[in-house]
Design a protein around this ligand. Structure first.
Ligand code: GLU
Length: 589
């Protein structure tokens, strides 16, 4: 009745038609797939992808474009990544056919020891640790950009920072995702005046459609362009990082824990080139990131476990069951054996071996989910289907937000780069006057040993790197790049990358569909996290009958990737819907 009255009223009135509210500007359009013959970029953000694309158009290679895109993400995705954080850079060089990696993970201060996160013999409160100086590690991202540009780029870092500096000065249009992430963090951002000044304009999260400028960050990028990253590791910005970490500036009445960074921690920081992890899967070569990330090792082990049975053409429920069981086992092993390889004896080669995976895959019962936590195997002594060792604890504390980008250029060079400041909003602390947020990466350490009596490779230690799950991955087919992919999502990164590869390689989906497909993440827990669309599948009942148990979560990860099409062109692929959708762009010549 009310609706009918409304219709009559608007039809009969002679008043001028009501003005529609102007549509809210939500920034540049996003698209999940783009195909081109001159190079491609996939990231979560259209401003950042556009900057990478411009670098490709102007003759830069994939490394140049990746660094420029990452710098732009430091502006538009400041709660996920930036020069206050760290990450892992995987590069395929078309000229040599070689895959190389850079470990740009944050490091603990030299003053840290195994009790860094304990007080009176007990773990300190996790959230207290997050928003504090104690969780801040020496940033690795500036050094990673510098190292990548010097080793493999064609343009000086200064040129690659310029578009992001301009973006920071001009500002970007706030979308719903950015506003929501700000609102989720508003309370703790308000503790730190330097953070509130940028991200809580007028005391609240910026409105959707408003423009957010960060002139301090623009000036910081300009300074790095002029003076180089030494301004951070041996200069004025570094001194300010130390001050912000060791004597955090908070509003009256609020104190947070102080960090222990020394100038020598920054001066001594090094990006570590690491041998990539490698697995052969269905005749393809899968390369990833070795320790201090557990990502490459765990993805490779899960694939090696799956390698021992055909998935193609099998009933979907069997594929899903095997996938869940493979990552359950891979997580049992990753938790027990993987940490910073400089501080631990990580049996990387053994964990990556098919022999070890075979000794583990026999534990998969096709009709029954294993009880969790499942015990790890012993990669140092793989035997035919041995009994597992004692379980070595849970997945760890990683946050669920970071960012991933993938680039390929016309020459066939490929970059898969995942970078983070750990939790959404990192430590919550902006370095006053410099416009970037400091990481809380050190909370990726286990605060206390996860299992009494079992050595824990991921306790804090002097200048140690906390274990990561980031899994930037490049897949070659007969020596030529086929695809590259990665995702944010803390420990779920490992399952997202594994599931995307299974979708693409075994189930024959295109990369964009492999990324969009519903996800589930089993990480050696009694329950598997699953998205609503995963649980809506008819296979759910059969999986549950086999003992798989699920917890529903809104969404898992936000992947981005590239793949080479049979005609030689590249397709960039991003999320269709998760986190508001990602941004794929292509150059066509
Ligand atoms: N700190 C996490 C890791 O290194 C990444 C956080 C995330 O993906 O959200 O694995």
């Amino acid at each position: 009745m009310a609706a009918a009255a409304g219709v009559v009223l608007s039809a009969c009135t002679s008043a001028p038609p009501q003005q529609q509210p102007a549509p809210v500007d939500t920034g540049p359009a996003k698209q999940a797939e783009a195909i081109g013959n001159g190079g491609v970029v996939a990231s979560v953000d259209p401003y950042a992808s556009a900057i990478g694309l411009e670098v490709l158009r102007s003759g830069g290679n994939a490394v140049d474009a990746a660094v420029a895109t990452a710098a732009a993400l430091g502006v538009t995705e400041p709660y996920s990544a930036g020069i206050g954080g760290g990450g892992f850079f995987v590069y395929y060089d078309a000229a040599s056919g070689k895959v190389s990696t850079l470990d740009g993970r944050e490091t603990a201060p030299a003053a840290a020891d195994a009790n860094y996160f304990t007080e009176n013999g007990k773990a300190i409160d996790f959230n207290e640790a997050v928003s504090s100086g104690l969780s801040v590690g020496v940033p690795g991202t500036p050094a990673t950009w510098d190292e990548a540009a010097r080793r493999w780029g064609t343009k000086p870092l200064a040129d690659l920072l310029k578009p992001a500096a301009k973006l920071a000065g001009d500002g970007f249009v706030v979308d719903q995702e950015f506003r929501s992430q700000t609102e989720e963090n508003a309370q703790r951002f308000a503790y730190f005046p330097a953070t509130a000044q940028i991200y809580l304009p007028g005391g609240a999260a910026p409105a959707v459609g408003s423009t957010l400028r960060n002139p301090d960050l623009a000036a910081t990028y300009d300074l790095l362009a002029r003076d180089g990253v030494g301004a951070i590791y041996n200069g004025a910005i570094g001194a300010e990082i130390i001050a912000a970490t060791n004597t955090p500036k908070t509003v009256p009445g609020k104190t947070v824990r102080a960090g222990k960074l020394a100038p020598s921690d920054l001066a001594g920081y090094k990006v570590e080139p690491r041998d990539p992890t490698h697995a052969q899967y269905r005749g393809l070569d899968v390369y990833g990131m070795a320790g201090s990330s557990s990502g490459g090792i765990a993805v490779a082990e899960a694939l090696n476990i799956l390698e021992r049975g055909e998935l193609r053409g099998q009933p979907k429920v069997d594929v899903l069951h095997r996938y869940l069981e493979a990552t359950r086992l891979a997580f049992a092993d990753r938790n027990r054996w993987v940490g910073d390889p400089t501080a631990n004896d990580v049996p990387t080669a053994q964990l990556l071996s098919q022999e070890f995976a075979d000794s583990r895959s026999c534990r998969i019962d096709p009709a029954k989910a294993a009880a969790s936590p499942a015990g790890p195997g012993d990669p140092k002594a793989p035997a035919a289907c041995p009994a597992p060792l004692a379980p070595a604890g849970a997945e760890g504390n990683e946050g669920h937000n970071t960012t991933h980008l993938t680039v390929a250029d016309a020459k066939g060079n490929v970059v898969a780069y995942t970078l983070t400041i750990e939790q959404t909003g990192g430590s919550g602390m902006v370095v006053p006057g410099r416009g970037f947020i400091l990481n809380n990466e050190l909370t990726d350490f286990n605060f206390v040993p996860v299992t009494a009596g079992v050595p824990d490779p991921n306790l804090a230690g002097p200048s140690k790197r906390p274990r990561s799950s980031m899994s930037p991955t490049i897949v070659l087919d007969k020596g030529q790049p086929l695809l590259a992919v990665g995702s944010p999502g803390g420990a779920t990164i490992i399952t997202t990358v594994t599931q995307t590869l299974v979708n693409r390689v075994d189930l024959g989906m295109s990369l964009v569909d492999a990324i969009a497909a519903p996800r589930a993440s089993q990480r050696n827990g009694a329950k598997t996290e699953a998205e609503p669309a995963f649980l809506a599948q008819p296979e759910r009942a059969d999986l549950e009958a086999r003992g798989q148990a699920f917890t529903q979560v809104k969404e898992i990860g936000a992947a981005a990737g590239v793949e080479r099409l049979p005609d030689g062109r590249w397709a960039a692929a991003a999320e269709k819907a998760r986190r508001g959708g990602g941004s794929a762009m292509a150059v066509n010549r």
